[in-house]
Design a protein around this ligand. Structure first.
Ligand code: SF4
Length: 218
């Protein structure tokens, strides 16, 4: 079998999209195993190792079986596995709206142009900002979204500088700014964004509020 014919998958499940401009929309998630970064605040460390090797055909069939309009490849880092490129193409061919969440370290240039790429730019407090592949910025189109996950004021100021230095607002229609859960208060971020008139969309990680223990049973 060619290396694109199988993938190592951590899980495939249906939920709602918790982030991006698609937040709230029913979505099937294909979470691949493995990541070459180690962000200090990573909330999917369980996907670093393990998983199940499946044929791409099996992954496609399982993802389509959930029958949601949206399918997202996430991780880990999906673009580390060569099989994700043809898988995204096949999902698009099947009529799905396809998203990929990617760290910003991997090359995004080969992703099918029908796919919406939600690409991180890692801020300093992640410990991985030196891994940002800035050449990816040249590949972005109006389908794509850039995401900053912020753990403190230092990250916010870095984001503000990046937006200005790389004219990011003119590259993609949506710049997403979110806070690390429990590290930076969303209300502080909102105040800073208003003060600076920054062209970002502040977002909360909706799925964390839905599935948080204190919201259960109400
Ligand atoms: S890129 Fe994503 S999966 Fe990888 S360590 Fe960072 S937050 Fe975790």
């Amino acid at each position: 079998m060619a290396k694109e014919d199988t993938l190592v998958v951590h899980e495939i499940y249906a939920s709602i999209q918790g982030e991006s401009t698609f937040a709230g929309v029913p979505c099937t998630f294909v979470r691949t195993t493995g990541c070459n970064l180690r962000c200090s605040w990573c909330d999917t460390t369980q996907a670093f190792y393990g998983g199940t090797r499946m044929t791409r055909h099996e992954v496609l069939a399982k993802a389509l079986a959930h029958d949601t309009p949206l399918v997202e490849l996430t991780g880990g880092e999906p673009l580390l596995q060569p099989g994700t490129l043809p898988l995204m193409r096949e999902l698009c061919d099947a009529g799905r709206t396809v998203l990929v969440e990617t760290s910003g370290e991997a090359d995004i240039s080969k992703v099918d142009p029908r796919v919406h790429r939600i690409m991180d730019l890692k801020a300093p407090l992640s410990g991985e900002s030196h891994r940002n592949r800035l050449s990816n910025l040249e590949c972005l189109t109006e389908r794509d979204e850039l995401k900053f996950v912020l753990a403190g004021r230092e990250d916010y100021e870095w984001m503000r500088t990046m937006i200005a230095t790389h004219a990011l607002a003119s590259r993609v229609p949506t710049l997403l700014a979110s806070t690390v859960f429990g590290k930076l208060a969303a209300r502080a971020l909102v105040a800073w964004v208003l003060e600076d008139k920054l062209p970002v969309r502040v977002q909360l990680q909706m799925h964390k509020y839905i599935w948080a223990p204190e919201t259960q049973g109400v």
